[in-house]
Design a protein around this ligand. Structure first.
Ligand code: SAM
Length: 472
C-alpha cells in the first residue's frame, strides 16, 4: 500500500526487478518474433513497460531497429505533429552544499566563482530573455539552505511572472531545484510553477551513493521519492530524467520507466516530461572519467524507445547536445528543446567575462534562439512558444486525458501557429520571419476543423495588428 510518509524508493525501483529485466532482455531481443510482438503492441500507442523497452534496447536486428525508428517517428507525428516547444534555462545561483562528483557546483570546488542573482539581476536577465522571445523558463539552482532557501526561489518566481518587457512575458516557470518536503512543494504549487523537474541522475543505488558523497542529496530515498511528495503537495506536472554517462544506460532506462509506471499507478498520472541529459565536460569535470559515455547511436535509440514506451510524455533535450544530435533525436521523438541557452548564473543580459565563468557545463549548441528557430523550420518543425495548457488548467490527469483521446491536437496546433506568429513579429530576423510566415501559411489548412481554422485566421490577423496572448 502506498503510504507517502514511509515510502521507500525500493518499493518502485526494485533492484532485483531491474536485474531480472536486464538478464532476460538479451534472450528475448535475439528472438525476432518476441521483438516483433513488442513492436506490434507499441503500435497501439498505449506505451510499453520497462521489460518490453529493454528488449527493444538490446535488439541488434537492423530491420527491427529500423521498424522501431519508423514507429517512433510516426508516434511523434501523431501525438505532437511537427511542433517543438521552446524553453530556456535560467540559473539563479550556484551556491551548493552537495558533493555531486559530476557537477562543478559541488561544495568542494573552491575555484569556481560563486554567484547568486539579486532580484535586480533577475529582472535584467528575464528582460533579456523576453527580449529574444522566450516565454517558458526552467529555473535552476544549487542546493543551499542559506543562499538559496525556498523563499528566494518563490520571490524569484513571483518577480519573473510580473516582468513585462515590450510584448514579452514569461508565461510558464518550470522549476529544477533540490528535492524538498510536501509543504514546500505546496508553496511551489501556490506560486504557480509549471513542471517540477528533478533528475534522479542515476537510479543505481550503489552508484548514486558513490557519486553523491555528501550533502542532503546523498540520501537516495529522499531524492527518488521527491516526485511523490511533489504530487502529494499538489504539483500536477513532474519531470523525470537521468544523467546519462554516470552509470550503465540499460539499468537507467529500465528504472526510469519503472519510476514513471509507479507515478501512474499511485497518482493516476505519469511524468509530464522526461529529460535525457548526457554528461558534459565542465570546470573540474571530465565525462570520460565516469566510464559510461553513450554513443550517439545508443542515445538516439534511447529516445526512440522512450517515445514508443511513453507516448504521452514530453521528451526534452537541451543544448548539452550538438545541432546534429538534436536534429536526429527531434526526428525520433523529442518534443521540447532549449535555445540560446546560458548555463552560467546570469549571462543573458551580458556575457560573463571569461575568468568569472560560472557555467554548469559546456554547451554543445551555441546558436542564438533566432538561429535555432530558423533551423527548426528548415528541418520542417514548427517551433511553439505555447504555454496554454498549464494556464487553462490542463495539467496532470486532465492533460493526460486530453492527450489520450487525441483532443489535445485541436488546441496545440493552433496555439503553436499563434505563438510562432507572435515570435516572428516581435523578435525574429527578417529571414526567419519570411520562412516562418510561409510555414504558417502552409499550416493553416492543417488546423483540425473549419470553425477553429476561421478563428485562427482571425486571430493571426489580430496578432498582426498588435494583439497578443490568444490561446485555445
Ligand atoms: N540542484 C538540483 C538538484 O540537486 O537536483 C538540480 C539543478 S542542476 C542545476 C540541473 C542538472 O544539471 C542536474 O540535475 C544534473 O543532472 C545536471 N548536471 C550537473 N552536472 C552536469 C554536467 N557536468 N554535465 C551535464 N549535466 C550536468
Amino acid at each position: 500500500m502506498y503510504d507517502p510518509k514511509s515510502l521507500k524508493a525500493s518499493e518502485f525501483i526494485d533492484h532485483q526487478e531491474v536485474l531480472d529485466t536486464l538478464a532476460l532482455a538479451p534472450t528475448l531481443a535475439a528472438d525476432r518474433a518476441a521483438v516483433a510482438a513488442i513492436l506490434d503492441k507499441a503500435k497501439d500507442r498505449k506505451g510499453l513497460n520497462h521489460r518490453e523497452a529493454l528488449v527493444l534496447l538490446d535488439c541488434q536486428d537492423e530491420d527491427l531497429n529500423q521498424e522501431l525508428y519508423a514507429l517512433a517517428r510516426q508516434i511523434k507525428r501523431d501525438f505532437y505533429g511537427q511542433r517543438v516547444v521552446m524553453f530556456a534555462p535560467l540559473y539563479l545561483s550556484n551556491y551548493c552544499v552537495n558533493g555531486c562528483l559530476y557537477c562543478p557546483y559541488h561544495q568542494k570546488n573552491k575555484h569556481i566563482p560563486r554567484k547568486k542573482l539579486t532580484m535586480e539581476e533577475i529582472v535584467r536577465e528575464v528582460t533579456a530573455l523576453q527580449d529574444i522571445g522566450h516565454k517558458r523558463l526552467a529555473l535552476e539552482t544549487g542546493e543551499h539552505p542559506v543562499y538559496n532557501p525556498l523563499e528566494y526561489v518563490l520571490e524569484a518566481i513571483d518577480a519573473i511572472y510580473s516582468i513585462k518587457s515590450k510584448n514579452g512575458a514569461i508565461r510558464r516557470v518550470n522549476v529544477n531545484i533540490a528535492a524538498t518536503d510536501v509543504p514546500s512543494y505546496r508553496r511551489l504549487r501556490d506560486a504557480k510553477i509549471g513542471t517540477y523537474i528533478l533528475f534522479q541522475e542515476t537510479y543505481q543505488r550503489d552508484g548514486y551513493v558513490r557519486l553523491h558523497p555528501s550533502g542532503p542529496k546523498s540520501d537516495y530515498d529522499w531524492h527518488a521519492t521527491a516526485m511523490d511528495r511533489a504530487m502529494e503537495g499538489g504539483v500536477d506536472d513532474v519531470g523525470l530524467g537521468v544523467l546519462f554517462g554516470l552509470e550503465g544506460h540499460r539499468y537507467e532506462l529500465a528504472a526510469l520507466l519503472m519510476h514513471g509506471e509507479h507515478l501512474e499507478a499511485v497518482h493516476g498520472v505519469g511524468p509530464h516530461t522526461i529529460s535525457v541529459p548526457r554528461l558534459r565536460e565542465a570546470d573540474d569535470i571530465d565525462p570520460s572519467a565516469f566510464g559510461h559515455g553513450l554513443s550517439d547511436d545508443v542515445f538516439a535509440k534511447i529516445v526512440a524507445i522512450a517515445r514508443v514506451a511513453v507516448p504521452y510524455t514530453g521528451l526534452i533535450v537541451s543544448t548539452r547536445e550538438s545541432a546534429a544530435s538534436r536534429a536526429r533525436v527531434l526526428d525520433l521523438g523529442i518534443s521540447q528543446i532549449s535555445g540560446g541557452s546560458r548555463t552560467s548564473v546570469g549571462g543573458y543580459y551580458e556575457p560573463e567575462p571569461e575568468k568569472e565563468n560560472t557555467a554548469q557545463f559546456e554547451i554543445a549548441d551555441n546558436r542564438s534562439l533566432d538561429e535555432v528557430i530558423h533551423w527548426l523550420m528548415e528541418l520542417g518543425h514548427i517551433p511553439s512558444f505555447c504555454t496554454a495548457c498549464y494556464r487553462e488548467g490542463r495539467t496532470g490527469d486532465r492533460f493526460m486525458t486530453l492527450c489520450k483521446t487525441g483532443k489535445i491536437q485541436n488546441c496545440c496546433h493552433p496555439n503553436a501557429l499563434m505563438t510562432l506568429k507572435e515570435y516572428l513579429l516581435d523578435y525574429a530576423t527578417p529571414r526567419t520571419q519570411a520562412l516562418g510566415d510561409s510555414l504558417i501559411a502552409s499550416q493553416i489548412g492543417e488546423v483540425p476543423n473549419l470553425k477553429t481554422r476561421d478563428l485562427v485566421i482571425q486571430r493571426l490577423a489580430a496578432i498582426d495588428q498588435g494583439q497578443r496572448d490568444f490561446r485555445l
